[in-house]
Design a protein. Structure first.
Ligand code: AMP
Ligand code: MG
Length: 348
């Protein structure tokens, strides 16, 4: 409980207001149950405890449902989920409408990102996941998947291996060696559905923070936004690299500081370039702002796998999307709309 309150306070401090006017005291709730991370719901709207609790229940129910639908490690008695779809690869599997809609959007994101965010990369990601687990169990036994293993796995990663039949209400992974992994897109998509659930209840002036995947709903009552810190990818436990002021937008980062392991003195992080099949090495982190948290999540991973020219051109081509690239040497580049939101270091 103490840890819970400390985390809540830390998260609240990271989300202080950008404006100077007096706003009602924020309310916050945290959860440890979804997407293997800490989730927070904050209200700055001055709503009653009862209204806040009911809104939290709606957000948490949505997150819980998508957590179970997207789980690739466990199945649940009351639904076919992505774990079922992987296990039954080769067969048509009846799926919930929400899951079918999600899979279609995942395919659309593949197209939008020129294949750099590919949810059918599962066979390759599994090799990296196993290597990470082995290193975590025994650092001395750390290894890197071989070129041969990676190339063989990559033969089973075509996006067309995922077939969706909306009429029949089924999906099928055509190749039994292929697998789906929605780690790059699922959390952001679920956060957007939770934001939708809140908006449908009339909630405004709310912030969801699901493992650093931030969704601001509306503004604070005085019309100002929230100051949020972007982690320094080279020193993730240290001071923030920069602060930006956000309102009514999703803010998602991908970085080398998450889920990595070390083998023979080299660090291997979790964002895999679909072309090289190895961790993408152009950036230390990328942060994306977009009006849809699913889009921001898909892009944060995809942009990471493109050189800067392609990455920045894709951002420039998308209405309402902004990004910030932090390079391995610590240098920072931002799209114009992102740069406009950066707060001066000496502002409160
Ligand atoms: P994120 O933190 O949003 O960048 O997502 C990273 C996670 O997405 C990894 O842990 C993998 O599960 C998965 N992933 C890594 N690289 C890719 C990629 N190029 N396309 C799709 N999923 C990926
Ligand atoms: Mg992502």
């Amino acid at each position: 409980m103490k840890r819970c309150i400390a985390l809540l306070l830390a998260a609240l401090i990271c989300l202080s207001g950008c404006g100077k006017q007096k706003n009602p005291e924020p309310k916050g709730k945290s959860y440890f149950t979804y997407f293997d991370t800490v989730s927070y719901v904050f209200s700055y709207a001055g709503d009653s405890d009862k209204a806040f609790d009911a809104n939290c229940a709606a957000a948490s129910e949505t997150l819980g449902r998508y957590h179970r639908l997207f789980d690739i490690y466990h199945e649940y008695a009351d639904m076919n989920n992505l774990c079922t779809l992987n296990r039954l690869a080769g067969e048509s599997v009846p799926l919930e409408d929400e899951l079918l809609a999600f899979l279609q959007e995942a395919k659309d994101m593949y197209t939008l990102t020129n294949g750099q965010m590919n949810v059918m990369l599962g066979s390759v990601l599994r090799l990296w996941h196993e290597a990470r687990e082995a290193a975590s169990a025994d650092p001395a036994a750390a290894y890197v998947p071989s070129d041969e293993q990676l190339r063989e796995a990559a033969r089973h990663t075509g996006i067309d291996l995922l077939e969706i039949d909306p009429e029949a209400g089924t999906a099928r992974i055509r190749d039994p060696e292929a697998a789906i992994d929605v780690g790059a897109f699922g959390k952001g998509y679920a956060v957007e559905r939770a934001a939708e659930a809140l908006r449908a209840r009339g909630a405004d002036g709310y912030v969801l923070n699901i493992g650093g995947n931030i969704r601001a709903i509306g503004t604070r009552p005085d019309g100002s936004g929230w100051s949020t810190g972007i982690r320094d990818p080279l020193e993730p436990e240290g001071a923030f690299a920069l602060h930006i002021c956000i309102a009514d937008v999703a803010c998602v980062s991908s970085g080398v500081y998450e889920r990595y392991f070390t083998a023979a003195g080299t660090r291997y992080h979790h964002i895999i370039d679909p072309d090289s099949l190895y961790p993408a090495d152009c950036y230390a982190s990328i942060t994306v702002l977009a009006g849809d948290s699913g889009l921001a999540d898909a892009l944060s991973t995809a942009l990471f796998c493109m050189d800067y020219e392609e990455s920045s051109a894709l951002v420039a081509s998308l209405e309402g999307v902004e990004a910030c690239w932090i390079f391995p040497d610590g240098s920072v580049r931002s799209s114009p709309g992102f740069a406009a939101l950066i707060e001066e270091a000496n502002e409160p």
